[in-house]
Design a protein around this ligand. Structure first.
Ligand code: BGC
Length: 240
């Protein structure tokens, strides 16, 4: 167990347990004060049903295996306000109004901060200049918007209609990839990127998430594909 530091005394040795809760897997890593990983990433399948109790148990197992840390950052696949989860379309309805930050902090005995998973990915990827949009391709469709490094909160493109009365998530989420196949999914992605560029006029678009590895089409030069690890690395930003 690590010694507790007094406020304002945060030293170079502070360690953050970063957790990324996804619809298919939950991942964990420990970051040093500068945000660099000091452990090897571990992962477990997301339990089904993905109720708060089951997910908390899974996180407790991962946390134990990761060793020592002083504080916890979590990326959550839904809308989060002040540590409370409001939606979780790919987990369970029990997450509505659940104080995840408090519950985790009680379970693991360390302070915890929680943000939307795409927001955390974004913090791990952006340059901090101009208009930067982040989308994540995984079980769901994540989105985050930053202006000069400041997050515009709660952008939920996922459930916004995109084509033929269906949403971005309907067209580009994991079930859609499985159903339509990689070729069709790639075609849709190119269309979605063009639509998003017209809407946001961003300086840069970042695409992350576990399914970004299936991108097989050439995208504009202002698009960067980011490694999925950004979903954990960005956790350090929740303590800035
Ligand atoms: C949720 C978003 C989340 C995304 C990726 C969507 O279904 O509404 O909040 O960021 O999935 O997990």
């Amino acid at each position: 167990m690590r010694s507790t530091k007094r406020a304002g005394q945060e030293s170079d040795s502070v360690r953050t347990l970063a957790i990324d809760i996804g619809g298919s897997g939950i991942k964990a890593i420990v970051l040093d004060a500068s945000g660099k990983p000091v452990t090897t990433r571990s992962r477990v399948d997301t339990p089904r049903p993905a109720t708060p109790d089951a997910v908390l148990d899974a996180i407790a197992g991962l946390a134990k295996a990761q060793g020592e840390y002083d504080r916890i950052s979590v990326g959550f696949p839904g809308v989060v306000r002040n540590g409370v989860t409001e939606t979780a379309p790919n987990l369970d309805t029990e997450w509505q109004g659940y104080h995840l930050a408090d519950r985790l902090s009680i379970t693991l005995g360390r302070p915890a901060r929680v943000a939307n998973d795409a927001d955390v990915q974004g913090f791990g990827a952006i340059a901090g200049h101009g208009v930067e949009l982040v989308i994540t391709l995984g079980t769901g469709f994540g989105s985050a918007l930053f202006v000069d490094g400041r997050l515009v909160p709660n952008l939920e493109l996922a459930h916004h209609p995109f084509r033929k009365g269906k949403t971005y998530e309907d067209h580009l989420g994991n079930p859609a990839l499985k159903k339509a196949g990689k070729k069709q999914w790639n075609k849709r992605l190119v269309k979605a990127v063009l639509t998003l560029e017209m809407l946001f006029n961003y300086d840069r678009l970042y695409i992350g998430g576990g399914n970004a590895k299936y991108i097989a089409r050439e995208l504009s030069p202002n698009v960067t594909i980011v490694p999925n690890l950004a979903g954990l690395l960005g956790g350090i930003a929740l303590w800035r």
